[in-house]
Design a protein around this ligand. Structure first.
Ligand code: SF4
Length: 208
């Protein structure tokens, strides 16, 4: 049985497992989670929140330059496009799992995006999500992740993952499950500009 988290400790997810795409929706606006998964009203722009993939570049990178990763970050072996589910109530496909020469593992994800001097929080939490899946399935330490920005000449960026980041993930998953399981109506996004072209703006009292 999957386990989820609350302020006081652990609760039971009753078999619900969440994907990284669902988490990205929640981070955009928690009410998306409520409208879609409690009220059952589908988004008319569902594709907007699909996890961004490096389109064909993912395949090209995988096949063209395997030494690229080994040289730079000490990769011993790797697995690609791995579906994983965790007893922590999450599931998803990890682009690449890297097994490193220091005995740790790390997720690697390709983004069809430019690197602009910092990693978006959404990307960071998505990498923690994959790190958690790897930790729980392979029983190895995972303390960093890698993002390849395919629109910045395949720039490879390392993102550290520590206790604080794992706690953030725990809290976020717990908040999502409170909405879905307990029908908790969440606060709206703090970014009001997101409401302007929101597919739920006609039913959300934030804008009615
Ligand atoms: S209208 Fe604004 S607050 Fe309401 S669901 Fe859309 S983005 Fe969220």
């Amino acid at each position: 049985m999957a386990t989820i988290f609350s302020e006081s400790g652990e609760t039971d997810s009753a078999g619900i497992t969440l994907t990284a795409s669902q988490m990205i929706e929640y981070l955009y606006c928690p009410r998306f989670t409520y409208f879609e998964y409690v009220l059952g009203i589908p988004q008319n722009e569902a594709k907007r929140f699909k996890v961004e993939k490096g389109r064909g570049v993912h395949e090209t990178m995988k096949n063209r330059n395997p030494d690229y990763l080994r040289k730079r970050i000490g990769v011993i072996s790797r697995e690609s496009d791995v579906f994983l589910a965790s007893s922590q109530g999450i599931r998803g496909i990890v682009d690449e799992i890297l097994f490193l020469n220091d005995g740790t593992a790390a997720p690697l994800d390709y983004k069809y995006a430019e690197f602009k001097n910092d990693v978006f929080n959404t990307y960071r939490l998505q990498m923690v999500f994959y790190a958690r899946l790897i930790k729980d399935n392979y029983n190895v330490p995972v303390n960093r992740s890698y993002i390849v920005y395919t629109r910045s000449k395949n720039k490879l960026v390392e993102v550290k993952i520590g206790d604080e980041e794992y706690e953030d993930l725990k809290k976020t998953i717990g908040e999502m499950l409170l909405i879905i399981q307990k029908n908790k109506y969440p606060k709206p996004t703090r970014s009001t500009k997101r409401c302007t072209d929101c597919c739920y703006k006609n039913i959300c009292e934030k804008t009615v």
